[in-house]
Design a protein around this ligand. Sequence first.
Ligand code: ZN
Length: 341
Amino acid sequence: MSRGAVGVCAATWLASERTTRGASESRATNWIWTDGGKNLTADKQRHRFEQIKQAGVDAVLLSTYNAEVLSHAKEQGLQTHAWIMTLCRGDKQLLQNHADWYDVSRLGVSAATKPPYVGYYHFLCPSHEQVRDHLVRIVSGLADTPNLDGIHLDYIRYPDVILPVGLWKKYNLVQNTELPQFDFCYCEVCRNAFKKQTGEDPLKLPDPPANAAWRQYRYDSITRLVNLLAETVHAKRKMLTAAVFPTPSLAKKLVRQDWAKWDLDAVLPMTYNRFYNQPPAWIERAVREGVAALPSNRPLYAGLYLPDLRRAEFNHAVGFAMEGGAKGVSLFGGLRQIQPG
Ligand SMILES: [Zn+2]
């Protein structure tokens, strides 16, 4: 069986599982992260979106696109969302001219010059007014794009102060505590703002990770940015969604996202069970925690990491997500990557 055919099998199942649970059952909405295929011929672009639609997907999160791509996706009745790397930005121009906008670790090391974990982890500090203005300009421009229904925020967080446990081996790390080289942000702006708020310098706290006010400061800094972006996008009658860490408690602990407080139109937690050494059944528990924390009218779509799911597991994973109260699933990694068996 070709990999393509496997994709279609999985997709057919997705198409059949299209109702959500609850008092008023409605059709599920499913999402997929993909590039727009902008280098393909018009016919191939059309065919690709047609296949995506037939697979039971309703919304595309596009990493790349142009006007033609958006119009072909809309022709197939798909919702279109621009995927952006929000705070993780290695733009040359920013690194060269605004190195001071980037996060600084508890060791005083800037993510502009020495990013943690991987070379591209240049994270901007959400406490800087200039950073917020810069991002407002970007999403405001995107919100003016014809045939684009919304903007999808990814990397809307600090660098992982603790990596998902399933990744520790890969990076040869044990992170039972917040290690200083991965703990952000101790830039001048953050230190001064926290001093103004509490009278204390976060760098001089006896045990910074143990200080609840200092953790809260950083949750709030991201929340303020998200809600500002939401205001901007909503003023133009477009949607704002985000890819977030899998549960409210893990998101706070690992990357300081307090996403239940964000003014989003929908939230797409990355319930990637293998990243946490968990079986697919964990997805249901994770989704349940998220749904319980969110306002009742805020839909949650469970993110599934396809390269880690065998075909049978994929079917179960979708079932677990729906059982937990998700309004659909969001597929990352391409339908064709589902492994047979
Ligand atoms: Zn900062």
